[in-house]
Design a protein around this ligand. Structure first.
Ligand code: DGY
Length: 348
């Protein structure tokens, strides 16, 4: 689908994006915009190279695509000067391959912070309170009346939530769990998040003033400490060589047998086969997963674990956020093609 046929700069968008504000940014910057309506969900490199063609000024691409030397080489050869990922995560992008070809890379931070944190919170609650299992039970017509032991789960209040990574999304999730559920916070991050610490301290003071137990926040010395002490552990780190299989069989064994593990970051941060074994061996251990190690596939056996809540990488899927991501991605590309530095770029 082509928009603004007479535009002088050619921009390829590898998937349809929601809303139309993003398109205005590109059209106003004098771009001819070609949106790929390909029926395959995930485009391979040869299809993307065909889309780039012999002349292309900029691309908005997806996290399911492999933006490394092959694609940046093709974009550079076509005269490309800008690339934006339609995502905040950029583990699918070899930024150094773009940089050496002088192609600035953009991403879409900020607009998905609260939406992603909300889904992580939803997974936490759904896993802790066995919402999906209970929903299946109702739909199967199995409900025969109230029972003291029916779908008994874990209460979050006054327990400890652990986060691995206290950046934008991790901190937003932590605030939701601390304030919404009066949970204590143990976080692991190479950098202290003083603002988050202060937020929890003040909230603790408020609780104390009203005669309730105060909450506390502490930065852990090691990830192991979080895994051993927290009742809920949620991952909020980037995926890179240091975080691949961050949660493995050894680390799962450190966790409480009735803990909840949540991942709305990137699938390969967890050794998924090891998680399946752990779920099978520990029926009171629960997890909430938005992302998977080999998307769109799941590790064998995961779908049969009643103690796993699984959703298809939808953490940023609110209309407001997806529109915002489209606008940021378009502004990144339009800005660079109009001679400005890239607006939002990965923190590399
Ligand atoms: C991202 O932006 O990195 C999410 O995974 C999808 O919105």
């Amino acid at each position: 689908e082509v928009h603004n046929d007479s535009g002088s700069k050619r921009v390829v968008v590898t998937k349809s994006l929601p809303g139309d504000r993003w398109l205005q940014f590109l059209v106003n910057a004098g771009c001819r915009v070609e949106v790929c309506k390909h029926e395959d969900i995930i485009l391979n490199n040869s299809t993307i190279k065909k889309l780039i063609g012999s002349h292309c000024d900029g691309v908005i691409g997806q996290l399911t695509e492999d933006w490394s030397s092959e694609l940046f080489g093709a974009l550079h050869a076509a005269g490309g000067r800008a690339y934006s990922n339609y995502a905040v995560g950029y583990n699918n992008v070899r930024v150094e391959e773009a940089t050496k070809r002088e192609i600035p890379v953009g991403n879409t931070p900020g607009v998905l912070t609260e939406t992603t944190a909300e889904l992580a919170a939803a997974l936490t609650l759904a896993a802790a309170r066995r919402v999906v299992e209970a929903d299946g039970f109702m739909r199967a017509g199995s409900y025969r009346g109230w029972l003291p032991n029916l779908f008994v789960g874990s209460l979050l209040q006054n327990k400890t939530v652990g986060i691995i990574g206290a950046g934008r999304i991790g901190a937003a999730y932590a605030r939701m769990m601390v304030e919404g559920h009066k949970m204590n916070l143990l976080y692991y991050d190479p950098y202290p998040n003083r603002q988050l610490e202060e937020y929890v301290r003040r909230y603790g003071e408020l609780l104390q003033q009203s005669g309730e137990a105060p909450v506390w926040c502490r930065r852990a010395d090691s990830m192991e400490e979080v895994l051993q002490q927290a009742d809920v552990v949620s991952l909020h780190c980037n995926l890179d060589a240091s975080t691949r299989h961050l949660i493995n069989a050894h680390r799962l064994a450190l966790m409480k047998p009735n803990a909840v593990l949540v991942n709305a970051a990137r699938g390969p941060c967890i050794d998924e086969a090891a998680l399946v074994e752990h779920l099978k061996a520990n029926p009171d251990f629960r997890c909430g997963l938005d992302v998977f190690e080999h998307e769109p596939a799941m590790a064998p056996g995961l779908a049969d674990c009643p103690n796993a809540v699984i959703v298809p990488h939808i953490a940023s899927a609110s209309l407001w956020t997806r529109n915002g991501m489209a606008t940021l991605a378009a502004a990144n590309v339009a800005g660079v093609l109009s001679g400005h530095p890239v607006w939002n770029k990965p923190d590399v």
